[in-house]
Structures are given as structure tokens and as C-alpha cells.
Design a protein around this ligand. Structure first.
Ligand code: ATP
Ligand code: MG
Length: 571
């Protein structure tokens, strides 16, 4: 491995010793941090917002630091507590009850967070949809969930096929509009008259809170159902892994349409009463560095696709900005390439901490603990209270260094409780007491986990199993390569051959020589059998809207097969 292990550094986040934190750990004890321990009932909206609003010291603290092109706002815990009470009253007026599904289809905005907590205060189930979804994607999700209310903007309303949604009773419109009709509710008008007092619905730990449709890297989106109980793990990982402290300014770049944007863009920081930055609008390197600088962000949770783009933007871009408050960086969503980690050391003088988890798991499970040595390319080790392993298809554990199914022992607080309308799908995740993730990985002798690929993506070439991630990571170490997506292409002789799609950095042009040079680079740097036999230069690599490389699509294109569900494809 080209990039060396990175020790814990003096003065860097240095939490509890990892081994000590695992000893004598119990989730039961973690529950003591919440008021349900006294009341027997709970509500995420209370723990994340109202509790701080009731605290004279926190009441006027900024909860949300919002900015998007043309709009900037600071919202305190007090403000958010009051406004979400108002919105809960609006929903109540329209007969929304505990357990009803209320969906949000709108850009990140203060109104989004107000509505979101209003929904939870009723005890209803929130379903956030990413703003860029087109009509088919919206239809699928609203039909499957039988959503009763949708909160959206007049602009996005065009993509809501109302005629196909018999369960949808009302649409709340946020923003100026001229829509007439009984089905429409005007957000502004209703909020003006709604009371700021609301008797929050106390619910059970196992009551529903959130319905998240997964990003669909591998197929049709699934409605992953989460309950209030998840807060235990959001709270715990915010402390251990995000290392959040009272005075931090935290920025999670994920949209709340994806699970990272709720678990870690809403719950984790606010359960700790930490100031949370939300940035709307599109990604540009200048804008992202600018946001880190302007708000003096201290803890930053982002994704490999963004980090790779920042890396491609070059050193000049980062050096222009004063980023000294930044003290802790984390990544999720895709494997974090070693090259990116080593760039991070140069660019920020910080380690980038990879974390692994899924929509289904509700919160982080395998992570690079701040107090652990980082082995670039590894996802790290399981958090306290979680047992992970590599199992075969029957659920038997495999010895170290053997590739297999990444699996987790059942029973962590933030686990999904079902797949909406598809209980059989939910059951299919479990084998022999293990939750089987659908990712392949191996564990080394020291207990570090190494991601190899989604099971569907693993390539079998001449009898060797090759994870696309390793090949992609090597490819982007080459100075000409910006991004890479690697697939297995059926081959009569070898079973599969490795085909790589790449995009080039500025200043490079496609040529036979360049491609040959890149192939050689992988051959000598990784291994002969992992070097792509075919290499194709593209203008872009298809990604999900959450920024993940869609290898399934590259493969369909390559083989001329139907492309399947592409509702989450980025344009
Ligand atoms: P779908 O299940 O609908 O195909 P998806 O799997 O992309 O969509 P998510 O739940 O958002 O939906 O993503 C979880 C997956 O993302 C993991 O199973 C894994 O494949 C990948 N992933 C997340 N974090 C990491 C990480 N740190 N390293 C490697 N892969 C990761
Ligand atoms: Mg998945």
C-alpha cells in the first residue's frame, strides 16, 4: 500500500481509548442521557430541539446556520422549537395523526427543518425526498408510503403526479404561488396564525419516526423504516466518532434526502446542542472552501466524491482559505481512496476518518475512531456495542484476510425495523443471527475491516476475485485520472475482464499512449491481474444523486442491457 498508516496525533481529537470504550459497554446505560428515562416516553424532536430551548443557557444559541445563494439565516433552538410547534399545529388542523406519513420534497431551507420537527412532534413519520427527483421517482415513493401530506415548493409541484396519488390529502406549498384548490395549504399563511404552543406527542422508543428510500445504487429504492430508538446511537456516535463538543461548528454536507443528511445532518449534532451549518445550492470547490472558512467550521462530515473533486481542483484552491478552526474530518458513502487521505494530510494537515454504515443500519457501525491509527483504505473497526464479522453465504464466520460478506450481529439501537410494505425483503437481510450487508470485505489480523465492493460489483477474473474499489483507487493515483469506475465485463476465456471508465484531469488528453501508461501504472502499482484490460475515457462517470459511482449502470451501458431503475441518477 502506497500510503502509510497514520498514527493518532497529539492535539488531534483524542477521545476515549477505543479498547476501553468497548469494555463494559452497554446500550442500556447510554439511554440514561435522555429524558425518557424519567418519563418512559420519548420524542426525537424534544431531545434534539425542545430540551435545549428549555435550557436558559442554550435557548438563544444558534442551532442552524443556513446559507444558500441569496439567503442567509441564523435560527436559534428557541426559534426552531417555536416554529416547529406552529407547524405541528398546522398538521394537526389537517387531521394528521401519529403514524401517518408526511413527506418533504423541497430544497434544504429553514422551512425544511421546521416542518421536519413539526412532523415528529405529532408522532407522524417523516419522509424526506431529495429535491432533484423527477416525477417517476416521486410517484414511486409517495405511492409506496401512501403519504397523506406532502410539503413542497410551487416549483417542485410540477413533478408531483397528483392524479396518481389517491392517498395524498393535502399539499403544503412553501413559497409564493397562485394555486387554488382545497388540496393546497399555504405554508406562510397557516404559520402566521398557528399557535406557538403545542403538546408534543410522547411516543414509545419503537414508534416510527422516519422513512428513507435508499439511494438505489443497486436497484429499485426500498423504504427503510426507522424508529425513535435510533437516537441512542446518533447521540453516542456523535460523541465518539464525530467528537462533537459544545462549542463546535459542525457541517455535514449531505442532503436530508439521504440518511446521512438526517442521522448526521440533523439528529447527531442537535442531540448534543451543537451549531449546525447547512449549505444549499450546488457544489463548487470555491464555495465549499468558502463555507468552511466563513463559518469557521470545526468538524466536517463529507463524502469521497466531494473530496475527490476538491483534490482535482488543486492546491491553489485550498491554500487561498484560512481553515485553521477545522480540527476533524470524516467521510461516508463510498470507500475513501488512500490517495484522498494522503491529499487530506497535505491540504488540511488533518486525517480524514472513513466511516461505514448504510441507510438500513441508521447510524455508523464501522469507523475510524479518532483515537485509532488510520490504515488508509480501511473502514476501521466496529463501534462499541457492535459486533462485526466476515461470513460465508451460510452465515459462518471466516478467518482473517478472507473476503466474504460483511455482517453485523443483530441488535443495535438505530437498526431499521422493516422495509416498508416488504417484510420478506427485510427478513432476507438476516442469516444465522447476522445482518448481512450486501457489501464484501475482509478483516485483517488486527481487526481492521477492508471494503472490497458491493457484492454485485465484485469481479471474478481468471478465478481471482477483484474488488473494483482497489483498482479505482490505484487509477486515481495516476496524475491524469480524476475519477474512475471499474466493472467486470463477461469474457469467454477469463470469466470476466476488468474494464475501467475514467475521467481525465484538466490538461490531459485521451490517447493510446496515455491509456497504456495508466494500465502499466496499475499493473506495476497494484498487480497484473487487477490491471484493466480495457480502459475508456469518458466526460463523466454516472453517479447517484448522493454521489456514488453507479457501476451497475456502467455495466448495463457496456453490455447494451436495460438500465433498470435510474431515478436516483445524477444528471
Ligand atoms: P441501494 O441499497 O438502494 O442500492 P445504496 O446502498 O447506495 O443504495 P446507502 O444506504 O445510501 O444506499 O449506501 C450504503 C452503501 O454505501 C453501503 O452498503 C456501501 O456499499 C456504501 N458505503 C457507505 N459507506 C462506505 C464506506 N465508508 N466505505 C465503503 N462503502 C461505503
Ligand atoms: Mg444498499
Amino acid at each position: 500500500m502506497a500510503v502509510k498508516n497514520i498514527p493518532v496525533r497529539e492535539g488531534q481529537p483524542n477521545l476515549k481509548d477505543y479498547e476501553k470504550a468497548r469494555e463494559n459497554f452497554s446500550w442500556e446505560e447510554m439511554k440514561q442521557h435522555f429524558s425518557w428515562h424519567k418519563t418512559g416516553k420519548v420524542n426525537m424532536a424534544y431531545e434534539a430541539i425542545d430540551r435545549h430551548a428549555e435550557d436558559p443557557k442554550k435557548k438563544n444559541k444558534t442551532a442552524l446556520l443556513y446559507s444558500s445563494p441569496g439567503r442567509e439565516e441564523k435560527v436559534t433552538f428557541h426559534d426552531l422549537s417555536r416554529s416547529s410547534n406552529q407547524f405541528a399545529n398546522v398538521l394537526k388542523n389537517y387531521n394528521v395523526n401519529k403514524g401517518d406519513r408526511v413527506f418533504l420534497f423541497m430544497p434544504r431551507s429553514p422551512e425544511f427543518y421546521t416542518s421536519f420537527f413539526g412532523i415528529l412532534k405529532i408522532g407522524a413519520i417523516a419522509g424526506p425526498l431529495f429535491e432533484a427527483f423527477m416525477e417517476q421517482a416521486v410517484r414511486d415513493r409517495l405511492q409506496d408510503s401512501e403519504a397523506k401530506i406532502l410539503i413542497t415548493t410551487p416549483e417542485l409541484l410540477e413533478r408531483v403526479p397528483q392524479q396518481d396519488l389517491p392517498h395524498l390529502e393535502k399539499i403544503v406549498l412553501v413559497g409564493d404561488h397562485e394555486k387554488k384548490g382545497e388540496q393546497y395549504i399555504d405554508y406562510k399563511q397557516e404559520m402566521e396564525t398557528a399557535s406557538e404552543d403545542f403538546d408534543l406527542e410522547w411516543v414509545d422508543l419503537e414508534d416510527g419516526m422516519l422513512l428513507h428510500y435508499t439511494s438505489g445504487s443497486t436497484g429499485k429504492p426500498k423504504g427503510v423504516y426507522h424508529v425513535h430508538n435510533a437516537m441512542i446511537q446518533h447521540y453516542a456516535t456523535a460523541e465518539w466518532v464525530l467528537d462533537l463538543k459544545e462549542d463546535d461548528v459542525y457541517w455535514c454536507t449531505a442532503d436530508p434526502g439521504w440518511v446521512t443528511g438526517t442521522s448526521y445532518g440533523i439528529f447527531a449534532p442537535w442531540l448534543h446542542g451543537v451549531t449546525n451549518v447547512v449549505r444549499g445550492g450546488r457544489f463548487t470547490p470555491e464555495d465549499w472552501y468558502g463555507t468552511l472558512e466563513k463559518y469557521e467550521v470545526t468538524v466536517w462530515y463529507t463524502a469521497p466524491t466531494a473530496l475527490r473533486k476538491l483534490m482535482s481542483a488543486g492546491e491553489e484552491a485550498v491554500k487561498k482559505h484560512a481553515l485553521s478552526p477545522l480540527r476533524h474530518i470524516l467521510s461516508v458513502g463510498e470507500p475513501l481512496n488512500p490517495e484522498v487521505i494522503s491529499w487530506g494530510l497535505d491540504a488540511f494537515d488533518l486525517r480524514i476518518h472513513d466511516t461505514w454504515w448504510m441507510t438500513e443500519t441508521g447510524a455508523q457501525l464501522i469507523v475510524n475512531f479518532p483515537s485509532m491509527e488510520i490504515r488508509p483504505g480501511s473502514m476501521g473497526k466496529p463501534i462499541p456495542g457492535v459486533e462485526a464479522s466476515i461470513v460465508d453465504n451460510e452465515g459462518n464466520e471466516l478467518p482473517p484476510n478472507q473476503m466474504g460478506n460483511l455482517a453485523i450481529k443483530e441488535g443495535w439501537p438505530s437498526m431499521m425495523r422493516t422495509i416498508w410494505n416488504r417484510p420478506e425483503k427485510y427478513e432476507s437481510y438476516f442469516i444465522n443471527g447476522w445482518y448481512v450487508s450486501g457489501d464484501s470485505a475482509y478483516k485483517d489480523e488486527d481487526g481492521y475491516f477492508w471494503f472490497q465492493g458491493r457484492l454485485d460489483d465484485v469481479i471474478n477474473t481468471s478465478g481471482e476475485r477483484v474488488g473494483p474499489f482497489e483498482v479505482e483507487s490505484k487509477l486515481i493515483e495516476h496524475p491524469a485520472v480524476s475519477e474512475a469506475g471499474v466493472i467486470g465485463k463477461p469474457d469467454p476465456e477469463r470469466g470476466e475482464i476488468i474494464k475501467a471508465f475514467i475521467t481525465l484531469n484538466d490538461g490531459y488528453e485521451d490517447s493510446d499512449e496515455l491509456r497504456e501508461d495508466i494500465r502499466k501504472f496499475v499493473k506495476t502499482g497494484l498487480s497484473a491481474h487487477a490491471a484493466p484490460r480495457e480502459l475508456e475515457v469518458k466526460d463523466s462517470i454516472p453517479k447517484t444523486r448522493s454521489g456514488k459511482i453507479m457501476r451497475r449502470l456502467l455495466k448495463s451501458w457496456e453490455l447494451g442491457l436495460p438500465t433498470g431503475d435510474t431515478s436516483t441518477l445524477e444528471e
